[in-house]
Design a protein around this ligand. Sequence first.
Ligand code: HMG
Ligand code: MG
Length: 304
Amino acid sequence: MTLLPSQVTIVEVGPRDGLQNEKEIVPTDVKIAWINLLSDTGLSVIETSSFVSPKWIPQLADANEVLNGITKKANVRYPVLIPNVKGLEHALAAGVKDIAVFSTASEQFSQKNTHCSVAESIERIAEVVSVAKKHSLGIRAYLSCVLGCPYEGEVAAEKTATLAYKLWQMGCDEISLGDTIGVGTPLKTQHLIQVVTNDVPVTKLAVHFHDTYGQALANIFAALQLGVATIDSATAGLGGCPYAKGASGNVATEDVLYMLQGMGIETDVDLEKVMQASQFISQALHHTSQSKVSLALQSHSKLG
Ligand code: HMG
Ligand code: MG
């Protein structure tokens, strides 16, 4: 008998990770309307945008306008992705209370994504964390390419574990393990979590799966079995990484919710309302939803 968590927190990353790779610039008012819909679903964390270089991610250059335009709910956190102190300063000016920093155990991915070595990226993060702490911000840290890198192939779990421990010791509240290119499988996922939890408590971990090879839900189940209770996902399965060619979307929030509901795991998130938010953004982007659950329930309601 495996013990699954009774309650899971969903971190909706659609407005940041879901949109950052969209080629056509999405109008700011569409982003705002979508985040407002998401805020009404019961989600407690919505990653809203990023304060990275607009030269590299032009899609999210309107982070300030989005943060000022949304109707913030008291029980919802709206973190933003931050690459350096300059980004943090912009975020603080926009009144941000929660941030996410990011690194990776892959040297080559680090160079492509942030133009620096892994060691330099950890130094940058340390500077960001030290300023963020002075402002009592909530801090999550991402580690990308934890189950494989588009440039280096296999990434040793021990390398990820060393970085996860450093970030936790530095004062990051949560470490999100990212399978950026979706190559992981369930036993590799469990191996990684076992190695990382030798040093970092499982309560500090989140998992972040992309569904490139259709493994995301299986990997999430594998992580739940080891006690991970925070799951990243994006409405409609939006997303991809500009520095990971071929990476498809994040696992769809609807699909994660359906699986958790089916196992009696509480999230406090309303699937119907997430589907409405999903339909809204899919129509605005002229995309077919990547969520199997959305597609099934929509065709079911058409039949019924
Ligand atoms: P850089 O271009 O290498 O060098 O940026 P720089 O630091 O010398 O800056 C160049 C220019 O950018 C300068 O302006 C800076 O002022 C400006 P210029 O003098 O040319 O006019 N600049 C900024 N502007 C606005 N906001 C800032 C900022 N910083 C510098 N914060 C940098 C280095 C790290 C900033 C850049 O490479 C960058 O922004 N990279 C981020 C790219 C990105 O967002 N990638 C996607 C992240 S998603 C991910 O990693 C995976 C994840 O989703 C998990 C998963 O899926 O597994 C988290
Ligand atoms: Mg991602």
